[in-house]
Design a protein around this ligand. Structure first.
Ligand SMILES: [Zn+2]
Ligand SMILES: [Zn+2]
Length: 164
């Protein structure tokens, strides 16, 4: 029974992290911390080397998860350990989808070809279509607006419908 509760905490944390990541991206990275995120919105040919300043956010997000591990292992609040595991799992998913699959920083795998992977790609592509702090859309990664599931053709048709 207790194992089930811990597994639920891990899953709930992973889901909640998508919201946390969306919030941080929209209000911090495109807010007061834009100077760290800016280079991630620059075209690839403007970049030098492998690292982006934007990668500092991996360290930032490691702080709450490390804190959860330390407190969870050293206090009666054992559930925090599973919150920490959830944050780590989300971080790993984020890295694999955002950095490996979308931005191809490592050539580990190239093609995921299904409706969901294409929707993620499109939504994040729309986010990167703007290279400035303001006017961006789709700040989440895994929770994708329904419109990105449509093919380009269907999207165009939809736009024409609304303009009528
Ligand atoms: Zn951004
Ligand atoms: Zn990106």
């Amino acid at each position: 029974m207790i194992a089930l509760i811990y597994i639920s905490i891990v899953i709930a944390t992973v889901v909640a992290m998508e919201f946390v990541a969306w919030f941080a991206h929209k209000y911090l990275m495109h807010g007061i911390l834009w100077s760290w995120h800016e280079d991630h919105h620059k075209p690839h040919y403007d970049k030098e080397g492998f690292w982006e300043k934007n990668d500092l956010f991996f360290l930032v997000f490691a702080i709450p998860s490390a804190t959860c591990y330390i407190v969870g292992l050293n206090s009666p609040y054992v559930f925090l350990l599973f919150v920490g595991i959830g944050i780590s799992i989300y971080g790993l998913i984020y890295f694999l989808i955002h950095d490996v699959y979308i931005h191809r920083r490592f050539k580990w795998f190239r093609q995921l070809d299904n409706k969901y992977s294409r929707a993620i790609l499109r939504a994040h592509g729309t986010h990167h279509a703007v290279t400035t702090k303001d006017d961006c859309e789709s700040f989440g990664l895994l929770a994708v607006d329904a419109k990105y599931y449509l093919s380009r053709k269907e999207m165009k048709a939809g736009e024409q419908d609304t303009s009528k």
